[in-house]
Write a protein that binds this ligand. Sequence first.
Ligand code: DX5
Ligand code: ZN
Length: 216
Amino acid sequence: MRALVSPSILSADFNNLGTDIEMINKSVADYIHFDVMDGVFVPNISFGIPVIKHVKKIAQKPLDVHLMIVEPDKFIEPFVEAGASIITVHYEVCRHLHRTIQLIKSFGAKASVCLNPHTPVAVLEDIIGDLDMVLLMSVNPGFGGQQFIENTYKKVAQLRAMIDKTNADCIIEVDGGVNYETGKKLLDVGANVLVAGSFVFSADNPSEIISGLKSL
Ligand code: DX5
Ligand code: ZN
């Protein structure tokens, strides 16, 4: 098993969210991925702290919270209080990224930075040693079900080289358009965590897809 899997509940059935969380609990998934959108950083609005707080009551996997919001510093404490184990902020919105990372860690959560498809991996050179995870977007953030951007493989390989060279204790997560084909190639170039939304939840047997991703 070389992959960690983080199903994205953006594609879950919100009328039966509890059922989908139970499915994830019973599956071999490693985390539960939450896409928080503010309608400012991304052209969509999803859900926020109250939903995460309620899911936390029944979730048996760590909550992997992807903040697609401007000014994330304002909300880190409430998201950790709501139950987030990993907090990801976007590089593109953080004026003082080092400060934001230390803030996340000060509340006891794992700290992660996300790069949009156009943001080069090299911008992380001076912060990589402080990060628990880097999230590479393989689609433009804002929506599930988009087509995978092929340039991501190159970015994963570059990031893997940076992490290995610096001996950083940091894992690589990839988000957007992940399926068996893209997932396998991502693992081959050095990714550790696969986020998958529509591929998992549009399947007849989502739990089987999670197992399939885990054993690529
Ligand atoms: C996109 C989100 C993703 C999304 C992935 O803005 O960050 O986590 O849920 O969805 P799929 O797997 O359908 O591309
Ligand atoms: Zn995400």
